[in-house]
Design a protein around this ligand. Structure first.
Ligand SMILES: [Zn+2]
Length: 42
């Protein structure tokens, strides 16, 4: 059975910040495992 790419991405677990647990925008992968807020603090 074919799975649409959109369905595939929906099934991926959201990336979460290691500091506060907020979901991380996938555009910010280069920052590691922390969200914008936590990256600004440190
Ligand atoms: Zn955070």
């Amino acid at each position: 059975m074919l799975v649409k790419s959109t369905e595939f991405f929906k099934n991926l677990p959201p990336k979460k910040c290691a500091e506060c647990g907020n979901n991380i925008d996938e555009q910010h992968e280069c920052y590691g495992n922390k969200c914008d807020n936590c990256n600004q603090i440190k």
